[in-house]
Design a protein around this ligand. Sequence first.
Ligand SMILES: [Zn+2]
Length: 81
Amino acid sequence: MVRCNKAGCRFCEKGKGKGHGPIWILSVSLGNRQVRQIPIPSELKKEVEESRRAFAQMQKVLKQIAQVNLELFQERKRQRR
Ligand SMILES: [Zn+2]
């Protein structure tokens, strides 16, 4: 929910109004502590949410692969000589 802070707005009235929305914001991490916030139109929310979930799943798998590779590397080091 967001507040427009316009005088007399019935949605933003203190103690009564809930503000405007709900609106949906996608936070995209760009690295270097940079985050971009992108407003999502409600008709695209489902699609964005599915993409976000797929991205999170892919990151999880990549971390697992990295972990396996690290273990394999350490095993190879142990078996030297
Ligand atoms: Zn308002």
